[in-house]
Structure formats: structure tokens, C-alpha cells
Write a protein that binds this ligand. Structure first.
Ligand code: MTE
Length: 318
């Protein structure tokens, strides 16, 4: 259940008290982390005192997915601004500055502006979303995110009729991001994009936490996109700008290798990456002898999202 808040009524009066109190704790915790510069280090997350009791579930599932062990998810990260390997990116991401985080929202909207994350969160009801996450590299995991539907934020800024796509831009901090400093590989900052109906889909969320704690820096703190039916690179970390635009934005990976990484990048076992098959995946945390999992079309979310692509040739629009 998504509980909407109206501007003129205090959220505490119309929101389930459990939800409201959890949200206040999360905002407080995010701010405490931001003000004192305390992030969750890859190894010390278990000792972090910030934890929340059960949040209401937003993903509509009956809880059948078993989350991947948190330590694996926190130490096996892709964060190319910091490093091209998983361990270094988790370590170096601790240098990211997340204090006084703002999100600029503009383009085809009635209410453009620069919003403090804190103010955005005051408008939202945080819930837990346990999603499968499939990387284009051929591995997968299950992550319990804490966040809210992107659609709630977009509705708040009131899209205009020209808003056909959404462009997301990640933070630019070359002083702490070695690959940005050296202009290595991608065009920086990291850019991603969605079609407007994909962005408004209830499964598409902005996450501020995972495993009941604030988002570790290496996993996209303080705010990242999560689109569970698309390859992981679409789920851009450290978002600072959201623009509603008329044309499909040029995304970082499309620009880098357009024949390998399409704009849609829906998980699809029938469309191979030019250099490897996408028909199966290695599940993080599974034993050495565990067989690979068969990859599902739309990462198993077909029932909810297949209609978005009804008349499209998915081989062409990969
Ligand atoms: N966002 C930014 N800003 N920079 C990145 O390098 N990597 C992407 C995506 N979002 C990336 C990013 C890729 S390739 C993947 S697979 C996922 O983040 C990985 O998310 P995780 O590290 O939390 O598992």
C-alpha cells in the first residue's frame, strides 16, 4: 500500500504511525551520517547502530525471495567513478561526500527546483522492496532495498505533457573519484535514462537504504535508482539531478558502447551480449557446485512490466 501525503496535512496525521516513525528515524539517521561524515564501511556495517524494525513491504510480493548475505552485496560493487574492480570501488567509495545532498529536478515539470534530500524524504513513505538484481556481467543477487516509488517524486514536481523520458545524472566529485579525475572510460558524470512510463511504474524506486540501514556509500548513498527488471547498470547511484525531457537521453553506457548496451537494457535471456550469453546467471553467495540460475525475461517481473513493451521488437530495442 502506498500512502500519499498531502502538502497541507502533516504527514504524521495521515500516515500509519509505524511508517511515520520509521521514516523519521531514517531521515535522522541519514542526516546524522551526513553531518558527522559517518558512512557504513564495507566491513563494519554489522556494527552500525542504525537499524530499523520491519518496514512495510512495497514490492507486493509474499516475501518468497531470500536476500543475499549483506556483506557480499556491500563488498562486490560496481562503481566506476572510483575503480574498475569490485573491492577497490567499495573501499574508495568511502571518500564520497554525502553531506547536505540536494537533487535538482528540472526540464518539463511545473515545479522545477533544487530540493534537499531531507525535504524530499519528508514527503515520502519509506518501504522495503525485496528485489532480484541482475548485472549485465552475468551475476545476480537479491537485495532488500529501503525506498519509495520514483513516481511519487515525479508527481510532486508535476510533469508537463512534453515529459516523455527521464534523465538521471550522478554526482561529480573528481577530487575523490579517481576515474572522473582521469577522464577514464565513460563520459562523466554517469548518466542514465528511462522512458516516462518506465519511470512511473510502481516497481521503479529511489532507494535510500538496504538491509534496514542507510545505503552504504559503495551501494549508491545517499540516493540511487533501482529498476529491478533491467540490467543493474540502469540503477544509477548517487543521483543529484533528475530531468524530464522530450527525447531519449544519451546514457553513459550507450555512448561508450552502443552495440553492447542499449537504452532499454531489459533483462532478456534471449538477447545475448555481443561477447557472452545472457541465458543464465551466477547467484552471489551460492556454493561453488550450485548450478547457474536460468535468467528470466524481465528478471522475473514480466507479469508486471511486459505490457510496457507490448508492440516492441526486444531484439532491436535491447
Ligand atoms: N552508478 C554510478 N553512478 N556509477 C557506476 O559505476 N554502476 C552500475 C550501477 N550504478 C554504477 C552505477 C552497475 S554496472 C551496476 S551492476 C550497479 O550499479 C551495481 O550496484 P551495486 O554495486 O550496488 O551492486
Amino acid at each position: 500500500m502506498i500512502i500519499k501525503t498531502k502538502k497541507d496535512i502533516p504527514a504524521s496525521e495521515i500516515t500509519d504511525p509505524l511508517v511515520f516513525n520509521n521514516r523519521r528515524k531514517i531521515i535522522k539517521a541519514i542526516l546524522a551520517g551526513a553531518v558527522t561524515g559517518i558512512g557504513i564501511s564495507p566491513v563494519s556495517a554489522a556494527n552500525n547502530s542504525i537499524a530499523w524494525p520491519d518496514l512495510p513491504r512495497g514490492d507486493g510480493s509474499a516475501g518468497l525471495l531470500t536476500p543475499t548475505p549483506a556483506e557480499l552485496v556491500k563488498n562486490y560493487t560496481n562503481y566506476y567513478e572510483f575503480a574498475f574492480n569490485k573491492q577497490d570501488s567499495a573501499r574508495l567509495a568511502q571518500n564520497l561526500r554525502t553531506d547536505s545532498w540536494t537533487i535538482e529536478i528540472g526540464g518539463e515539470v511545473e515545479n522545477p527546483g533544487i530540493y534537499y534530500l531531507e525535504d524530499v524524504l519528508r514527503q515520502q513513505t519509506l518501504q522495503e522492496y525485496i528485489y532480484r538484481f541482475r548485472c549485465v556481467e552475468g551475476w545476480s543477487m537479491v537485495v532488500p532495498w529501503v525506498g519509495f516509488p520514483l513516481s511519487c517524486l515525479l508527481k510532486f514536481v508535476k510533469p508537463l505533457s512534453g515529459a516523455l523520458f527521464v534523465k538521471f545524472t550522478a554526482v561529480h566529485q573528481p577530487e575523490v573519484m579517481p576515474k572522473q579525475r582521469r577522464n577514464a572510460m565513460l563520459e562523466w558524470p554517469y548518466v542514465e535514462g528511462l522512458r516516462m512510463d518506465e519511470a512511473m511504474h510502481p516497481l521503479t524506486i529511489l532507494a535510500v537504504g538496504m538491509y534496514g540501514s542507510i545505503l552504504p556509500k559503495q551501494n549508491g548513498a545517499p540516493l540511487r535508482l533501482v529498476v529491478p527488471w533491467k540490467y543493474g547498470f540502469k540503477s544509477i547511484k548517487a543521483v543529484v539531478k533528475i530531468e524530464l525531457v522530450r527525447r531519449p537521453p544519451v546514457t553513459s553506457w550507450c555512448q561508450f558502447a552502443p552495440h553492447e548496451y542499449g537504452f532499454y537494457s531489459n533483462v532478456n535471456p534471449a538477447v545475448a551480449h555481443p561477447r557472452w550469453s545472457q541465458s543464465s546467471e551466477r547467484q552471489l553467495g551460492s556454493g561453488f557446485f550450485t548450478p547457474r540460475r536460468k535468467t528470466e525475461l524481465f528478471n522475473g517481473y514480466g507479469e508486471q512490466v511486459a505490457s510496457l513493451y507490448r508492440d516492441m521488437d526486444l531484439r532491436h530495442f535491447f
